[in-house]
Each structure stands twice: as C-alpha cells, then as structure tokens.
Design a protein around this ligand. Sequence first.
Ligand SMILES: NC(=O)c1ccc[n+]([C@@H]2O[C@H](COP(=O)([O-])OP(=O)(O)OC[C@H]3O[C@@H](n4cnc5c(N)ncnc54)[C@H](OP(=O)(O)O)[C@@H]3O)[C@@H](O)[C@H]2O)c1
Length: 252
Amino acid sequence: MKLALITGVSKGLGESIAKLFLESGIHVLGVSRNVNKHLEKVAASNQVKYHHYPCDLGSMNELEETIEKLKVDIASYDPSLLYLINNAAVIDPINQVSNINNRDLQYHIQLNTVVPMILSNQMLNFTSSTDTTFICVNITSGAANRPIYGWGLYCSSKASINMYTKTAALEQDILKTGNKIIAFNPGIMDTSMQQTIRSSTKEAFYEVEKFKGYKESKQLRSTDTVGGILIDILNDEASIENGKIYDVNEYV
Ligand SMILES: NC(=O)c1ccc[n+]([C@@H]2O[C@H](COP(=O)([O-])OP(=O)(O)OC[C@H]3O[C@@H](n4cnc5c(N)ncnc54)[C@H](OP(=O)(O)O)[C@@H]3O)[C@@H](O)[C@H]2O)c1
C-alpha cells in the first residue's frame, strides 16, 4: 500500500498534488496551518484516508511534535512505499538583501530549507528500519539557477535544496537502498505565491512588471496541470532518476 506525506496541503500546488494522489487511491497525510475541507471530501469519495496535521512549520517545536505523531501513524499504515512531497515554502521577504530583517531571514530559511531537510532525514531514517521504499520530492524553483533582484533568500533556499537533493540521492545510490530523492521545478503557477510576488514594489523586486505580465498574458499554469505532470513522473517508478532536478518545462 502506498502512502503520501505532503507539506503545504491547504492550497496551491500542495492541494492539487494531495487531491491527485487521493484520486489515484493513495492515502495522504497532509501538513499545513490551515485545514482543507475539500481534501476530506475527495478522500471519502475515493475510499481512501486523508489525515491533516495542523502545524506551523516555522516553529521547530511544532515540527518535531508533528514528526513524532507522523511516525506513529505511518507505522500503523505499514506502507510498501512512502512518498514525501516537501512542497510548503514562502517567497517572503522580497527585498534587496541589505533590507532584510534577521527574523524574517531565519523564518524563510526554516520554512524553505531546514524543514525539507529535517523531514527527508527523519523519513529516510524511519523507513530504513522497515520494508518501506522511500521516494522524496523537493519542490524547487527556476530561481535556484539564477540571481533575481529582491529574491536573495528564495534563490538561495531553493539552490540549497537542490544540492541537498543531489547529495542525499548520491548517498542512497552508494548505500544501494533503492530510495530515491528528486527535486521538481513546477514553473510559474497561478497561486497565492504569485499574488504576493505581483504585490511587490519595483524597489523591492526589480522584475515585478514581468511577473504582472505573466498573469495578464495567462502564462501561469494551473496547479492541477503541474501536479498531474509530477504524478505521471512518480507513477513511472522504475524511470525515476535518483538525484535529478526535474523541470516541468521538459514535459509540456
Ligand atoms: N507559484 C509559483 O509560481 C511557483 C513557482 C516555482 C516554484 N514554486 C514552489 O511551489 C511550491 C508551492 O507553491 P504555491 O505557489 O502552491 O504556494 P502557496 O499557494 O503560497 O501555498 C503554500 C503552502 O505552504 C503552506 N505553508 C506556508 N507557510 C507555512 C507554515 N509556516 N507552516 C505550514 N505550512 C505553511 C501553506 O499552508 P498554510 O498557509 O495553511 O500553512 C500553503 O498550503 C513551493 O515550494 C514554491 O516555492 C511555486
């Protein structure tokens, strides 16, 4: 039996991935601060289970408490395959680096870098003592590959997660565990993160007009389309390339 653990399930890409897993008969454990009632209904109509863990991932205490609850619940499912989708992330603070407040910096790195690292470490460790195969997807961004004025933290946190993906994957290859860790760049999507980006000032975010143009010219993809592409990649399990940084643009 397959089980998926997904962060950031309340909206956006995380909600779509959770919905698509549930519709394909995979049980889902979802983590976010806000509840998503729709996912409960999708689970019920597909005869699968959905469990929500309310958690502010910006708090180390809440994260650690949630991981302990997750371990107990995952063990009770005894899955043959566990997916971890590290999706929750923030774009804020958007600002030139010299204007970034220390606390905002710490929160951003906790959410975008520390949480996915801890969750993948903990789940790798946890599944290593069972017969469960582990497949981890870290949601990344094209921003990992180029500097963007005003996105110093976001570019750095996503670049960091790409290198962590490659390193953890290399270790699993050498250890011959069969576990796989990949990253997936979903491209630009019509979500609240893009609303935040468009609401920036030109002083804080030099390319703001370009991003307003993406919305006006309908270039932002739907999260269901992008989520479907990721599910197709995961469904072809034998072809998943451990350590690869997948890019949605190679599939559309
Ligand atoms: N949108 C794009 O154009 C785009 C482009 C490239 C990459 N990405 C990446 O795609 C992923 C999904 O982005 P999205 O656009 O779908 O984002 P979104 O619509 O802003 O949704 C973010 C999700 O993360 C959760 N989250 C945020 N802060 C949290 C916290 N402190 N604790 C727990 N959960 C938290 C939110 O849940 P709660 O608020 O309920 O906690 C929400 O479910 C991210 O990794 C993002 O970097 C997005």
